[in-house]
Design a protein around this ligand. Structure first.
Ligand SMILES: Nc1nc2c(ncn2[C@@H]2O[C@H](COP(=O)(O)OP(=O)(O)OP(=O)(O)O)[C@@H](O)[C@H]2O)c(=O)[nH]1
Ligand SMILES: [Mg+2]
Length: 479
């Protein structure tokens, strides 16, 4: 259990060489830190819980005005450790809602650590946990959970669209939508509860037909939010595409073509790729990882290739989309080995696209015929050649389509937990509709309350310490 009465400190900027590094302190001792750190002082003073009202002469100076910048030297006791700028934000007008002090000094691997170490020697100050600044901001009512999570999404955005969506959430786009949903739900609940409390006045309070149409509207709104949040999740998490298929089919060549550079080794020896190789690219604004794997065949040439094939099969289980490459110029027996493996792995390989590779070479009729059989016939199939670039543009377009086209406006960043909660809420609303149709107002009211509770978990109105712990533990330290 974290203690929020103490003060926290962390380096807020990334490690390594850099012009500036920021050490941030938040909590009731932030001002004490500002006083001690900017003056050479007897190290014994660090141990004091509170500085005396009459400061020792070496510490007395005009106090810092909030939101002003001051050039100061930074001290660890009597030792000077850096020189930089100090800013003080007085509670509640700060990121966390508490007193905050920022020490903006020199970057690099050593200096910011020395400044932090000096700060941590001061009584009442401890190292911040990941995301603890933002967690305090949430607990102090500075932002709701969707905005708090958007802060982290913004920092880790993998594409421009992901960054825009995170900013939209940070500015409340998601929260506003949830607020609308919740308000309409509240209105409906109020009328329903009133009717349950005063059944004799039922007629005056409650119009079942109106409630039904309002509920239908609520369902539609929730569904819309599910769709947008789904796109937001995809933007956040990106998509995982895995290239698989028979050895020598041209998987590594395709990876290189999509990457636009020679990332993977390509030779005409079947079994060239042994280990998995992953690259990050962007398709239609969505961050995508593409993984190249060892070609799948029944008799690997050695133990290394066998391990590579096992890893390939593992990767396939985690893929959002598999691009199965079959060299249609080769004899059918070779293609069949890869196809059989694939069928064994998946009952319904619906997230699979077949690429008929080396389309510049004359096709083998038997191999081509294999792909006209089920289940392959019902799948998306594209003929490609990395030699002539035939089909590559079509492939990119198709990937864009399959991964979900993101409209440029209106998308906010979202997380899987939001999507789950929205879906739970939508389910409860559906059950409420059924109950209302049956005329069971008690159960309708209960389902509406469940729907609202699920919405509340998204913004943090309904929450627990456990959930907060999970959410903020994924944040970076110093945010
Ligand atoms: N004609 C033709 N040859 C290709 C094409 N794509 C790849 N090749 C050649 O096919 C051979 C194998 O290509 P790779 O990309 O290494 O194939 P792979 O599927 O990664 O092979 P493994 O790693 O062994 O599983 C190389 O000699 C490539 O130059 C293509 O579109 N047309
Ligand atoms: Mg390869």
């Amino acid at each position: 259990m974290l203690d929020f009465n103490d003060s926290i400190a962390a380096i807020a900027t990334p490690p390594g060489r850099g012009g500036i590094a920021i050490v941030r302190i938040s909590g009731p001792d932030a001002r004490k830190v500002a006083t001690l750190i900017t003056k050479a002082h007897d190290p014994k003073l660090n141990a004091l819980k509170e500085l005396p009202a009459e400061l020792p002469p070496e510490l007395s100076a005009a106090p810092l005005k909030p939101r002003y910048v001051y050039l100061r030297k930074f001290y660890d006791g009597l030792d000077e450790v850096d020189e930089g700028v100090i800013v003080y934000y007085a509670a509640p007008h700060s990121y966390t809602g508490e007193d905050v002090v920022e020490l903006q000094g020199h970057g690099g691997n050593v200096v910011p650590q020395r400044v932090l170490s000096a700060v941590l020697k001061i009584a009442g100050v401890r190292q911040a946990e990941p995301g603890e600044f933002t967690r305090r901001a949430f607990l102090n009512g500075k932002m709701d959970l969707t905005a708090a999570e958007a802060v982290e999404d913004l920092i880790s955005a993998g594409s421009e669209s992901a960054a825009k969506a995170a900013l939209a959430s940070l500015n409340g786009a998601f929260a506003v939508r949830l607020q609308q949903l919740s308000e309409q739900l509240t209105q409906l609940r109020v009328r329903l509860e009133a009717c349950l409390d005063f059944p004799e006045e039922h007629e005056d309070f409650f119009d079942s037909g109106r409630a039904q149409s309002e509920l239908a509207h609520l369902c539609a709104l929730t569904q819309e939010a599910v769709t947008i949040a789904g796109q937001g999740v995809r933007l956040n998490e990106g998509a995982r595409i895995v290239l698989a298929g028979q050895p020598n089919a041209g998987k590594s060549s395709l990876l290189n073509a999509l990457a636009g550079s020679e990332r993977a080794i390509v030779t005409n020896i079947p079994g060239t790729t042994r280990d998995v190789l992953t690259i990050n690219i962007e398709i239609g604004g969505i961050p995508v990882t593409i993984t190249d794997t060892a070609g799948i065949r029944d008799r690997p040439s050695d133990e290394i290739e066998a391990i590579g094939i096992a890893r390939a099969l593992d990767e396939l289980k985690q893929a959002d989309l598999i691009l199965l490459m079959i060299d249609t110029s080769k004899p059918a027996a070779e293609a069949l080995e890869a196809l059989n493996h694939m069928q064994k792995l998946f009952d319904h390989p619906k997230h699979l696209m077949v690429l008929k590779s080396k389309s510049d070479l004359p096709p083998n009729a038997e191999t081509a015929a294999l792909l006209t059989q089920e289940p392959w016939a019902q799948m998306e199939q594209i003929a490609t050649s990395t030699k002539t670039e035939h089909g590559l543009e079509q492939l990119r377009r198709k990937l864009h389509e399959v991964l979900g086209i993101i409209p440029s406006e209106g998308v906010f960043s979202a997380r899987r937990r939001h999507l789950t909660a929205l879906n739970e809420s939508a389910e409860a609303l559906k059950r409420a509709q059924e109950m209302l149709e049956l005329g069971d107002l008690v159960l309708t009211a209960r389902e509406l309350s469940i729907a609202q509770e699920h919405l509340g978990t998204i913004t943090g109105k309904v929450t627990s310490d456990d959930i907060l712990g999970i959410i903020f533990s994924t944040f970076c330290i110093g945010k």
